[in-house]
Design a protein around this ligand. Sequence first.
Ligand code: NAP
Length: 249
Amino acid sequence: MSTSLQNASVLITGASSGIGAATARLLAADGAVVALVARRRERLDDLVEDIAAAGGTAHAYAADVADSAEATTVVDRVAVDLGGLDALVGCAGYLANMPALEADLAEWHRMVSVNVDGVLATTHAALPHLVRSASGPRGVADVVTISSIAGRRVPQAYSQVYAATKHAVGAFSEGLRQELAEKQVRVGLVEPGVVRTEMTTAGYTGAPDGSTGAPLGAEDVADAVRYILTRPAHAAVNEVLLRPTEQVR
Ligand SMILES: NC(=O)c1ccc[n+]([C@@H]2O[C@H](COP(=O)([O-])OP(=O)(O)OC[C@H]3O[C@@H](n4cnc5c(N)ncnc54)[C@H](OP(=O)(O)O)[C@@H]3O)[C@@H](O)[C@H]2O)c1
């Protein structure tokens, strides 16, 4: 039997746009109570209103996940407000592809801060809450992180640091998975190819492999997250790799 999202408390980072916002809408439509975390407060407030208008429940929390103290505080706050945490969905991310010879070191550090430190801090804070929930009536809890196809392979030279951050997320998730399996906490990664979001629309000319077919929509990735969260408690989907049909590599 699939695991219901009805009244499940789900914290989504990066919920102010793109994949995070689409995931929030989709999970809320399935009855989850979603906590929306990102820095742009007005965006979150607008999404809370949209979700409420559609009959769902959402709460907004402005926080910078790259700041470990802020990340920890917001996760604990959400767990108190929602009476626990059934799932953490990590969508916050930053991409700044550039040739190494011209790179701004601060941009490299920013990718590491959001894509790695942010995932570590939010996950670290969420784990005690998730372990507690997993032994409750739902019988399972979840950590789902949006990695990338760049977590599997380096798509192009200029994505060296972005790919390094996503490879790090992959290694972290696999270690977590091994440790948490017996605690009924499932750990999953979603690894999309090109998705049309704010991250990719500026100057988008096709996938890194040169293919120019339609990219994925944020809803396609959200659907993969929902699939992971709604599997029966005994079934863990640990990785979903999804590309636009015409993306070759
Ligand atoms: N788009 C793609 O082609 C693609 C492909 C593979 C993987 N991904 C991954 O998918 C995830 C979502 O990206 P997206 O495509 O949906 O891009 P997006 O629309 O740019 O969304 C990124 C989100 O991350 C949030 N964020 C960034 N820095 C943050 C910080 N320091 N603290 C809190 N939130 C922060 C942003 O919110 P604020 O600015 O309001 O803080 C925004 O909500 C990322 O991890 C990305 O690496 C994207």
